[in-house]
Design a protein around this ligand. Structure first.
Ligand SMILES: O=c1ccn([C@@H]2O[C@H](COP(=O)(O)O)[C@@H](O)[C@H]2O)c(=O)[nH]1
Length: 275
């Protein structure tokens, strides 16, 4: 999907919500466990109930890999369902990959060609030759970890090298790479106070912002410092939406939570764009 199409969907739906499909079989309603594929049954119900409220879905691959072949099959069915039923929705494989060049190419083939995701998250620490194989896929997006939402972000990402924080090196260096116009960046909602500085370096790039909801990040603060003239934000919530209930009303309850966030987002868009 092109960035222009993503922006037009955001404007149409008045939403820049990304719903995280992080399926834990211990947390889904018990009666779904009787289904042949409980993970897909859960995802399908969540997607059917929420697709009009969000512009992106982000399955974190860990939650599928943990269940072996059955989990991977459920991931395949989920992305196929999204691509067939909702091609207007941006899809993110949250896989945090990146390796030497020929290996990165195989990761990119797995997520872009085989599974047909629109984007994949990639760790930047092996450098340019580990990221450019992902960028070589012309109609796809690579989402580079910049400043993550967890406490461990302070272990390396905010440390300084040559008087500059490591996450700033990631932003500045990567924006000169080939096809950098298709780079997006992960910045945690819990790090909203860094967004003004981040926007100085990458004013135009899209940011994937996890950490609203269960991790306590604040949507208004993210918008205040992170929104740009193209909106420039995809704000993710996973547990806060998909586990709103673990009884038969779980899909309806997820739609209620998603709708609350969508309404907040519509207000933020009105504040910024003045309509
Ligand atoms: O910095 C990061 C990068 C990725 N994540 C992932 O996003 C979701 C957040 O889930 P919640 O349940 O809304 O907390 C999850 O898949 C993380 O692995 C992140 O949280 N922070």
């Amino acid at each position: 999907m092109t960035t222009e199409k993503l922006i037009s969907e955001i404007k149409k739906k008045q939403s820049f919500l990304c719903i995280g499909l992080d399926v834990d079989l211990n947390k889904i309603p018990k009666y779904l466990l009787k289904e042949e594929d409980p993970i897909f049954a859960f995802n399908k119900a969540i997607i059917d109930a929420t697709h009009h409220l969000c512009v992106a879905y982000k399955p974190n691959t860990a939650f599928y890999e943990a269940y072996g072949i059955k989990g991977w099959k459920a991931l395949e069915k989920t992305i196929k369902y999204l691509n067939e039923k909702h091609p207007e929705i941006f899809t993110i494989a949250d896989a945090k990959r990146g390796d030497i060049g020929n290996t990165s190419t195989m990761y990119a083939k797995a997520f872009f060609e085989d599974l047909a995701f629109d984007s994949v998250t990639v760790a930047p620490y092996m450098g340019k030759d580990s990221v450019e194989p992902f960028l070589a896929f012309k109609d796809k997006h690579t989402i580079l970890l910049a400043l993550t939402s967890n406490q461990g972000a302070f272990d390396f990402q905010t440390k300084t090298i040559d008087d500059k924080e490591v996450y700033k090196h990631v932003l500045e260096t990567s924006k000169s790479w080939n096809d950098a116009n298709r780079l997006m960046y992960v910045v945690g909602a819990t790090k909203a106070e860094y967004l003004a500085d981040i926007r100085q370096i990458i004013p135009d790039s899209f940011l994937l912002v996890p950490g609203v909801g269960a991790q306590g990040g604040n949507l208004h603060d993210v918008c205040k410092y992170g929104m740009n003239d193209s909106v420039g934000l995809l704000i993710n919530s996973s547990r806060g939406i998909i586990y709103a209930s673990n009884t038969e009303d779980f899909a309806e309850a997820s739609a209620t939570k998603a709708s609350e966030l969508q309404q907040e987002m519509a207000l933020e868009l009105a504040n910024y764009f003045g309509n």
